[in-house]
Design a binder for this molecule. Sequence first.
Ligand code: NDP
Length: 450
Amino acid sequence: MPYTHNTIVKLQKSSPAQTEFYQAVEEVLDSLGPVLDEESRFCQHAIIERMVEPERQIMFRVAWVDDQGKVQVNKGYRVEFNSALGPYKGGIRFHPSVNASIMKFLGFEQVLKNALTGLPLGGGKGGANFDPKGKSNGEIMRFCQAFINELYRHIGPRTDVPAGDIGVGTREIGYMFGQYKKLTNNFDGVFTGKDLLWGGSLARKEATGYGCVYFAEHMLEGNKDTLEGKECLVSGSGNVAIHTIEKLLALGAKPVSCTDSQGTIYQKSGIDISCLKQIKEVENGRLSDYAKRQSDAKYISRDNYPEDGHAVWRLQGQVAFPCATQNELTAADARALLDNGCIAVCEGANMPCTSDAADVLLKAKIAYAPGKAANAGGVATSQLEMAQNASMQRWTFDEVDQKLKDIMRGIYQRTRDTAIELDQPTNFILGANVAGFRRVADAMIQQGVV
Ligand code: NDP
């Protein structure tokens, strides 16, 4: 498609070497072709050109002192991508792979995801190429404080409200909030994912994983099927994966796998959630420890993965939940899933399928939900946390969970209805991209050229 091609060529010149960002933009633009042809207002107002350029990108040095007294330097980012629908909202990632491309792909996806929730949220993303693994508590605290020493001036409850992501959980949010409060003298609801003791929302921690399973339930129901009794392949063993597994178990499905960056667990009898939580949430351990405690669990180390993909997707399972990271499911993995009888893929992570893998799944016309629809429960519940903070209220777990269920149903219906309207009822990538895009684009048009 010439429009997509020209946009990517321009991005390659203006923002060189940002492959993940081009991948995310290309997927969205490919979906938008027919809409741009038929609804000329979007081209007249140069919406695409404006949407692929973040409103603001902040890049900064983060200098801190490690336990040996040595000065360490990392690179910090906040990409404030689009505020047409509300304050910038999106997580902060601490991982050695973080760079401008990954920040921009995540920020771009976040804009459309947040729009799809129907809530008043703009989109942004941030992070640092800091590796929290093996760091002491004191090092984590000093890093978070150094990160906020710059970021505090750019964020605020009505400006930009960060949350967690890979490598950033309640502990890191606590240290960042503490430093923000110290510097601004304000006890603002400026972060979500806070601890329950000081403004966090019940069910926020669980929301992304639970929401992903609620979305999968709707997709299967649409095909007159249920999750009950289904063997499910889950990747990751962090926040999203753990709560996906927990909700699958609660609904009578059988999650049989989880992964970390070093290996994969396969347990035919079903993952033991309390053992997994103990190792990952309490002991900060590795999945190799899980295999030592569960006699019927098999551990496949990363060294034994197939050359063209990942061990977890070569296992037997009917529904797949990639919940670790971007591009963790290749075309060869997708073909293996289909050969093994997989009937649905529901993305808990952001962009976990490569473009080629997504094509394989779309062609097979199985139930396939993109992350921007299926994992939007996390950000939606963040908005519920913001609402509770602003009104000084505290809702019960069940109240928040019920609102999360309603929001996920709304996202599912918007995605499905848009896919049906565009005559491709099984293409939820198309449905999610177009539904999210129209909302942001019309808001931008109404707000003029700014
Ligand atoms: P966590 O840091 O809690 O967990 C990440 C998991 O993925 C860990 O098991 C980690 O293994 C694994 N992982 C990370 N990077 C890699 C890699 N390069 N290769 C293999 N495995 C990897 O993060 P979350 O669970 O919060 O996030 C997971 C995904 O969900 C991300 O894509 C995130 O953007 C997305 N997401 C998260 C939301 C949230 O509310 N937290 C909301 C919406 C989306 P290891 O421990 O070995 O590094």
